[in-house]
Design a protein around this ligand. Structure first.
Ligand SMILES: Cc1cc2nc3c(=O)[nH]c(=O)nc-3n(C[C@H](O)[C@H](O)[C@H](O)COP(=O)(O)OP(=O)(O)OC[C@H]3O[C@@H](n4cnc5c(N)ncnc54)[C@H](O)[C@@H]3O)c2cc1C
Length: 237
């Protein structure tokens, strides 16, 4: 069976890994010219943690990840506005909790499959033609090919979903956790602030609590915290 996966983020290479384990050789197409670097950090526990463990990604994840000590909201002068300790997460998950750069996670998953899968960077699907014999796929750069299955793991604004089901507007309800920018501006205090983490490298047992690593912009969850509003704009997993 010929399988095409669109998007080499987190879901795409993970799916490729498991398909490979079960005897398939999927093709992966990624719009970016290479794996993305930098970016935000993500908290990692529960099912994702279990699956990463099954894939043998620990201890590599432990080497590049962080054990967060405090989640701190700061204003534009870097003064603490609010925050809370994060030991509770570790307690709730039995220590199976780690914070890791999205690009590090992405790279580590990708390294498990890059030698075994056909990977096409700097390209994307522009046309899908479904018929009884399979799916005709037209790529922007690589011409036409046929597959038996096409899987869209190309993120929030999935191109595969748009080609298969129509414009994203028709699916607005499905992405309701993202509030419009006009609403986010309305809260005043805190909107220009950024959030930073007190974190230590996972492998370092006595890191200084003042080591500030991985500043990042979490404006949508930040607004929820500073304005006291909840549900729709709160970060969800
Ligand atoms: C600020 C922030 C904080 C977050 N924190 C957490 C957290 O703490 N814990 C957590 O579990 N999750 C968190 N998330 C969510 C998490 O990042 C996403 O759920 C995850 O990245 C989704 O993975 P994915 O592979 O589905 O999509 P993505 O990671 O978005 O990857 C999609 C890939 O598809 C590629 N692509 C896009 N369009 C096309 C196309 N047309 N053709 C080919 N390729 C294409 C992109 O370049 C990208 O490489 C956070 C997200 C944000 C924005």
């Amino acid at each position: 069976m010929k399988i095409l996966i669109s998007g080499a983020g987190i879901a795409g290479p993970t799916l490729a890994y498991w398909l490979k384990r079960y005897g398939f050789t999927p093709t992966l197409v990624e719009r970016a010219p290479g794996l993305r670097s930098g970016g935000y950090v993500i908290d990692f526990w529960g099912l994702g943690y279990d699956i990463a463990e099954m894939m043998g990604l620990f201890p590599a994840l432990s080497r590049v990840g962080y054990h967060m000590q405090e989640l701190r909201v700061v204003d534009s002068d870097n003064a603490r506005v609010a925050g809370f300790g994060t030991r509770v997460f570790s307690e709730l998950t039995g220590g199976r909790f780690i914070t890791v750069g999205r690009s590090d996670l992405c790279r580590l998953i990708f390294e498990t499959i890059q030698r075994d899968c056909d990977v096409i960077f700097d390209d994307c699907i522009v046309k899908l033609e479904d018929d009884t014999a399979g799916i005709g796929v037209t790529f922007e750069r690589s011409g036409e090919r046929r597959f038996d299955l096409v899987v869209g793991t190309d993120g929030l604004h999935s191109g595969v979903r748009r080609l298969a089901y129509g414009p994203q507007d028709a699916m607005r309800r499905a992405s309701a956790i993202w509030s419009p920018p006009s609403k986010r501006q309305a809260t005043g205090r805190g909107t220009s602030a950024s959030m930073s983490f007190m974190a230590s490298r996972a492998g370092r047992s006595h890191a200084s609590p003042s080591t500030r690593i991985a500043p990042c912009s979490y404006s949508y969850s930040l607004v929820s915290l500073t304005s006291g509003t909840t549900s729709a704009r709160r970060k969800q997993f």
